[in-house]
Design a protein around this ligand. Structure first.
Ligand code: SAJ
Length: 440
């Protein structure tokens, strides 16, 4: 039997030994899905705290229940280690490591490179490797293929198999999880795609096989660039509506009554999170090497990045209209997580809003039920969430709603506040035509 047929049989029989490199919000759910499908899974991560927790059968990812991990560990279906040498015995390896941006705005490929270099030490015939980390088109072929195959005289598509499959994990979402979210898969060769698809079909309900790794890499960037550009569109619409004296929220709700050909996005204080503000810049960065300027991405990024400044200018205007001087005033920011009802503050525009208010001389406090403490690495300031929200609302000269957590009592907030700037339409009808409230 050929190497390919031998590996396919192992995968179909669930005898293939599976490894997941990187046990974060993507890797750990994936490890669980493969474990529950019947594979033996080894999780590899350099963070010993993660490994120790998993060894005790404990989960540190909200989307993965501790009892799920405990059962897999107890049943001997899942082990975790910091030791990459276990890879020498693995048949199928999935790489789920971060792909952030550098300070310069360029892709930070260091996590992919270090995981690949570790894996390269243990490459052998009969392996299939899938990269899941969101990255620019060409990464799998240009970066992983040479390091994992060429340097070991292994012929890709014959001796070993390499593919890309974008992660589609939306932390906190319960309707679509790793097992039932369709998974795109694209190989370096047709045989690579076939082997990787067979592997993933052993655990995930729908695997959509595309012709190349580049098609798979690009499809992910389309998904998130689509969101980023449409958010940029409605953010610019908010600015235009304010100039026109039209209620942007009313306009969007009206457009959203169209049952086809329209998808609702809402304006806000800017783009946060580890995907939407970042993924599209991987594409525009790559296109620079083709001397192509991805104008839509650049423009939308410019508009979205400017929203914190626009929000602060509206707060300044609202306070001025009420005879309140921003300099020396007390401003309370409500909600700093990057989107409602989660505890993630990465890239949150709230950090920029706070920094800009401080630069204009305001004494800024914040409240967020999910984020007890924030530390702004770049500007070096840090603060704790205020303990008594209503006491702080009453004491503030202005309250700025940046993240519209569901648990806030907006009616009481408006009643107790002197002035509210609502960047998310959290106050809705309560805020419309209320002289205490200005909305984006
Ligand atoms: N945002 C707006 N207006 C909108 C939608 C979002 O201002 O209409 C802002 C949010 O407040 C946030 C940022 O954009 O600051 C990103 O929000 P998001 O809803 O896109 O949430 P994310 O970053 O968690 O995106 C993830 C993505 N999932 C993956 O990449 C696997 C994205 O593809 C999902 O579509 C999104 O979750 C989702 O739908 O929840």
């Amino acid at each position: 039997m050929s190497t390919k047929d031998t590996l396919i049989k192992k995968l179909k029989d669930k005898n293939a030994k599976v490894a997941i490199l990187g046990l974060g919000y993507v890797g750990l759910p994936l490890a669980v899905v493969f474990g529950e499908a019947g594979f033996h899974v080894t999780g590899v991560d350099p963070d010993k705290r993660k490994i120790d927790a998993l060894a005790e059968g404990k989960s540190y990812i909200p989307d993965v229940k501790t009892e799920t991990v405990a059962k897999l560990v107890k049943d001997g279906k899942f082990t975790a280690t910091t030791d990459f040498s276990v890879l020498k015995d693995m048949d199928a390896v999935s790489i789920c490591v971060p792909t952030p941006l550098r300070q310069t705005g360029d892709p930070d490929m260091s996590f992919i490179i270090s995981a690949t270099e570790e894996l390269a030490k243990y490459m052998h015939k009969g392996m299939v490797v899938v990269l899941e980390s969101t990255t620019y088109p060409g990464t799998t072929r240009e970066l992983l293929l040479p390091k994992l195959g060429v340097e070991h005289n292994l012929t890709v598509g014959e001796d070993w198999f390499l593919a890309f499959s974008p992660e589609r994990v939306d932390p906190g979402r319960e309707d679509y999880t790793t097992i039932n979210t369709p998974k795109v898969m694209g190989g370096i060769t047709e045989a690579c795609g076939e082997v990787a698809t067979i592997w993933y079909e052993g655990a995930i309900k729908i695997v959509h096989h595309v012709s190349t790794a580049e098609a798979a890499e690009m499809s992910k960037l389309l998904e998130n660039t689509f969101r980023m550009i449409n958010i940029g569109l409605v953010n610019e619409l908010a600015i235009m509506c304010e100039r026109l004296g039209v209620d942007v929220w009313e306009v969007i709700d009206a457009a959203a009554t169209k049952p086809f050909g329209f998808m609702k996005f809402t304006p806000g204080p800017g783009l946060g999170g580890h995907c939407i503000p970042i993924d599209p810049l991987y594409l525009s960065w790559k296109m620079k090497s083709f001397n192509y300027n991805a104008r839509f991405i650049e423009l939308a990024s410019e508009i979205n990045t400017n929203m914190p400044r626009y929000v602060v200018s509206r707060v300044l205007e609202g306070m001025n209209d009420r005879g309140i001087l921003l300099k020396g005033s007390k401003v309370l920011v409500l909600g700093v997580a990057y989107k409602p009802d989660i505890d993630d503050v990465r890239e949150s525009p709230a950090l920029d809003v706070i920094g800009l208010l401080q630069k204009k001389g305001a004494n800024v406090e914040y409240h967020d039920p999910y984020i007890p403490h924030i530390h702004h690495e770049d500007d070096g300031w840090q603060m704790d969430s205020v303990a008594d929200i209503m006491k702080s609302v009453k004491a503030a000269d202005a309250v700025v709603i940046v993240t519209n957590h569901s648990q806030y009592d907006y009616k009481s907030i408006i009643e107790a506040a002197k002035f509210v700037f609502d960047s998310r339409n959290a106050t809705g009808k309560l805020g419309k035509n209320n002289e205490k409230v200005e909305r984006l």
